[in-house]
Ligand binder design. Structure first.
Ligand code: 9D3
Length: 226
């Protein structure tokens, strides 16, 4: 899968993609990340990407022109498997279901918003999807793009040793993972639950389901519809 990122901070991504799952998948050729500097599609001396909002208001907006030019030159002939995604605080909320939706695409192009936002014609006439990564205020879309690429990359066939078929994990099962422990069995007097130290796998399975439910009730009652 090929991921494109359109940003005014291409340097931002050296770091997140140089380690871990995404780096290994890139090395193996399972995915590719291509960075595009939005300023390459400006034509004035100052390489201006932003301007003031009509009607007044605080701050600046990303201009439509360089963004349209960039997308149209990256994909002169957009096909249905190539989706443009705008990261914005106003988008629909990204979750594991959306990550799976994106798996069907051949290429994704992320437009990273900055400043107070993006000229609305981008959302209306250029993008396939407008997404937010959650209900909090960030200073731009770059972290959102990194989050989404990480979430999609680890679902790609071969990336985590998964065949690409279903993996049973938090959010896919609808509740949180159960708590887990590793050695030592006693750390500073805090002991690992006895049942996990024995070999009764039916008991362990039952205990884990109950523990996962208890944790979900305590920390994420919303997942249980409460
Ligand atoms: C007047 C209110 N504005 C600032 C408080 C709204 C606003 C503008 C621009 C809020 C955030 C941003 C920049 N954020 C993003 O581009 C962004 C984002 C986010 O803020 N939260 C969650 N997901 C995302 S994805 C992109």
């Amino acid at each position: 899968m090929k991921f494109h990122i359109l940003t005014i901070f291409p340097q931002f991504f050296s770091g997140p993609f140089d380690h871990g799952v995404v780096a290994r998948a890139a090395q193996a050729g399972t995915l590719e990340v291509v960075l595009h500097d939005l300023r390459n599609w400006t034509h004035d001396f100052h390489r201006t990407v932003d301007d003031r909002p009509f009607g007044g208001g605080e701050g600046m907006l990303l201009k439509a022109e360089p963004i349209f030019s960039a997308v149209e030159s990256i994909w002169p002939q957009r096909s249905p498997g190539q989706k443009v995604i705008l990261l914005s605080a106003q988008g629909r909320k990204f979750d594991q279901k959306v990550a799976r939706e994106y798996l069907d695409c051949e290429e994704l192009l992320f437009i990273c918003g900055r400043y107070e936002g993006v000229d609305e014609r981008v959302a209306e006439h250029l993008v396939d999807d407008e997404v937010s990564i959650g209900d909090y205020v960030l200073s731009g879309g770059e972290l959102g793009a990194a989050v989404i690429i990480d979430a999609v990359a680890r679902l790609l066939p071969g990336v985590l040793g998964n065949s690409g078929s279903t993996i049973n994990e938090s959010f896919e099962s609808g509740i949180l993972d159960c708590p887990q422990w590793t050695r030592p069995a006693d750390f500073r007097g805090w002991k690992v639950p006895e049942v996990l130290l024995g070999g009764n796998h039916a008991e362990i399975r039952k205990w884990r389901t109950q523990a996962a439910l208890a944790k979900t009730t305590k920390l994420r009652p919303d997942l249980l519809g409460e």
